[in-house]
Design a binder for this molecule. Structure first.
Ligand code: ZN
Length: 154
């Protein structure tokens, strides 16, 4: 963990898409891409798209690259926002645990190919989010003012 904290602003549209996809895939994992932009120490996560993995299990989900690229192209085309681009990944954990060491390793590795920080959001079984920010191969200290959870009966 180095440098000043990166602030991860996650739009409720993104958390709703992730929560719905996680619920639909349960008890298997699912995941996808985060779309947004960078702005003065912030990563803005504006949209999330799901990239289904037919081989996902209760503790793994893999990103299929051609499918991920197609999902990214479709989302960019749909939203037509000049700042919008790939800012990271998300996946669900059907268990109440946050990002694994393997999760951290893979986002760190992916971040070497980008000049700006990448975000990994993990949706946990208790409907909370864990986040990891990696920049040029290193984990960065990050904070997120995630929107408050909706109160609903169990
Ligand atoms: Zn994971």
């Amino acid at each position: 963990m180095t440098g000043t904290p990166v602030i991860v602003d996650v739009h409720p549209d993104a958390t709703e898409v992730i929560a719905a996809a996680a619920a639909a895939a349960h008890p298997r994992e699912t995941g996808g891409l985060l779309l947004g932009w960078w702005d003065a120490g912030h990563v803005v996560v504006r949209h999330a798209v799901e990239v289904p993995d037919p081989g996902a299990t209760t503790n793994s989900w893999s990103r299929d690259e051609p499918q991920a690229q197609a999902a990214l192209d479709a989302a960019l085309d749909e939203h037509q926002h000049p700042w919008l681009g790939y800012v990271g990944d998300w996946h669900s954990h059907p268990a109440p645990c946050g990002a694994s060491s393997q999760d951290v390793t893979s986002i760190r590795r992916a971040s070497r190919q980008y000049t700006q920080p990448l975000v990994l959001l993990v949706h946990r079984a208790d409907s909370t989010f864990d986040h990891v920010v990696a920049h040029r191969g290193c984990t960065r200290h990050a904070t997120t003012p995630l929107p408050p959870r909706k109160e609903h009966s169990p």
